[in-house]
Design a protein around this ligand. Structure first.
Ligand SMILES: NC(=O)c1ccc[n+]([C@@H]2O[C@H](COP(=O)([O-])OP(=O)(O)OC[C@H]3O[C@@H](n4cnc5c(N)ncnc54)[C@H](O)[C@@H]3O)[C@@H](O)[C@H]2O)c1
Length: 257
């Protein structure tokens, strides 16, 4: 009988919009590996749909959290305490930038657009970790989702690249802060995948083809591959890993010419 690597663990995946969400693939993979999972929805309206999806799995339930509201993060911690007591993992899988800031010239990003992208896509990880700090078990694991646009200038990704750079730096600092408690913090960096958030970036289809054409591995990659690596990072198999960025992009990031 194969061992389930998340057997007995409880955790959150924040957030999910639909079945294409990377977070949904992670939540399903975590449940399949024995975990009890709370999946987040940003609004009550999303929660109806996500609740229906979660209802298909006995070990999954839905909770609502919008990262732009401090009070909702406090409420999240209360819900976690009531529902789970302590948790073993948090998957932060959320980002937002204004649509007009995901095309054209980066130089045209407004002050407000810059602040919004950084707030929801990077600061939210810090805020979640702070709100949930007392809920984490010793040996808990935190994983967030970044993208190569953090270190390379990728056309149209623009302000989201700056937000992902901040997110990756935040992961390293959070790893230092939470490390003494045995808590690990890591980043998964997927290649482009067709989701609602990704479709906000102009030229997504071209990006997907470009990466698939040039990556060392020629087979398709997507949510399933990202979920597999995330489950590894949530499991005790990665006990010695913290502050890292693991790419799930068929090796694209390593290729020069
Ligand atoms: N799809 C890709 O190509 C790709 C590649 C690399 C990284 N990522 C990252 O993966 C993560 C998940 O994105 P996805 O592609 O699954 O898209 P998605 O649209 O399915 O998920 C994005 C989630 O962010 C949530 N969100 C946005 N604003 C929020 C707010 N104010 N409060 C709380 N939640 C909020 C949305 O509700 C949604 O559930 C994001 O961080 C994204 O940047 C995606």
């Amino acid at each position: 009988m194969p061992v389930m690597v998340l057997q007995g663990k409880k955790g959150l995946v924040l957030n999910v919009t639909n079945k294409n969400s990377i977070g949904w693939a992670v939540a399903e993979a975590a449940v399949a590996q024995g975990a009890l999972v709370g999946v987040g929805a940003q609004t009550e309206r999303f929660a109806e749909k996500v609740g229906e999806m979660a209802g298909e799995h006995p070990n999954m339930s839905v909770l609502t959290v919008d990262f732009s509201e401090e009070a909702q993060l406090e409420a999240l911690a209360e819900t976690v305490k009531e529902r789970y007591g302590k948790i073993d993992f948090l998957v932060h899988s959320a980002a937002f930038a204004k649509r007009e800031d995901l095309s054209g010239r980066f130089i045209d990003t407004s002050r407000d657009g810059f602040a919004t992208a950084l707030d929801i896509s990077a600061y939210s990880l810090v805020a979640c970790c702070k709100a949930l700090e007392d809920c984490f078990n010793e040996d808990a694991s935190v994983v967030t989702m970044s993208y190569l646009g953090s270190t390379r200038a990728v056309g149209n990704y623009n302000v989201m690249g700056v937000a992902k750079a901040a997110l990756e730096a935040a992961v390293r600092y959070l790893a230092i802060d939470l490390g003494p408690k045995g808590i690990r913090v890591n980043t998964v960096s997927p290649g482009p995948i067709n989701t609602v958030a990704a479709r906000g970036v102009k030229g997504l289809t071209e990006m997907i083809h470009y990466v698939h054409d040039r990556a060392p591995l020629k087979r398709e990659f997507g949510q399933t591959e990202v979920a597999g690596t995330t489950v590894y990072l949530l499991s005790d198999l990665s006990r010695g890993v913290s502050g890292q960025i693991i790419f799930v992009d068929n090796g694209y990031n390593t290729v020069g010419m």
